[in-house]
Design a protein around this ligand. Structure first.
Ligand code: TYD
Length: 201
């Protein structure tokens, strides 16, 4: 099985840029690879993404199931077939986002989220989770004023909880997580990621 690598972080942490940089490097090295993101990556996932971004008035529980439906579809129809065929998968967000946003952020029960995450992924865990850690004050600044997002207008406190959730998850499984200071120069981060990924290939 090829490696499954996930990027996590708050909005505006630069994780999408780093995920793309890793994907390009893998391609340059001749390593079969695929870049995807959550929510999305399948027709169902993309339509859920559009609806969530359009500002649906959904309850936290409905939100959990929407993200999880998108994930179940992505894992079953894209991620598992790819890694079984020797294709490295780089994914922008995964289950840790649900723990952070729906669990710590929205306040849903963490044990229930754990169960839903396991069901949606059939227990598939990433080989590596790269966390681009950013102080919450910068999260809001960096995102840019014109970007429409699910958590637009969420208070600083919300982003603080999300960050805390990520750091806690990383501390519980340090072998699987690589925590990077997202304020470092982009190229330096790209190199740190590559140094960690190379032995997995
Ligand atoms: P996106 O534009 O992908 O944001 P980013 O570029 O920061 O990743 O929008 C995804 C949003 O969905 C983001 O605010 C985090 C949120 N989200 C959850 O709340 N729960 C989840 O399980 C996932 C995957 C994402």
């Amino acid at each position: 099985m090829a490696p499954f690598i996930v990027f996590e972080g708050c909005d505006g942490s630069g994780k999408s840029t780093q995920a793309k940089a890793l994907f390009r490097r893998l391609q340059r090295e001749g390593c079969p690879s695929l870049l995807t993101h959550e929510p999305g990556g399948t027709p169902l996932g993309e339509s859920i993404r559009r609806r969530l971004k359009a500002g649906w008035d959904v309850s936290p529980l409905s939100e959990l199931f929407l993200f999880s439906a998108a994930r179940a579809q992505l894992v079953q129809s894209v991620v598992v077939p790819a890694i079984r065929n020797g294709i490295t998968v780089v994914c922008d967000r995964y289950t840790a986002s649900t723990v952070a946003y729906q669990g710590y952020g929205r306040g849903l029960d963490l044990a229930m989220i754990g169960q839903v995450n396991r069901a949606a992924t059939d227990g598939l865990s990433p080989d590596l989770i790269v966390l681009l850690d950013l102080p919450s004050e910068l999260t809001v600044d960096r995102k840019g004023k014109n970007v429409r997002d699910v958590f637009d207008g969420a208070p600083l406190e919300f982003h603080g909880k999300v960050r805390e959730a990520y750091l806690y998850q990383a501390s519980q499984d340090p072998g699987r997580w690589l925590v990077l200071d997202a304020t470092k120069p982009r190229r330096e981060l790209t190199l740190e990621v590559w140094n960690k990924v190379q032995p997995l290939l």
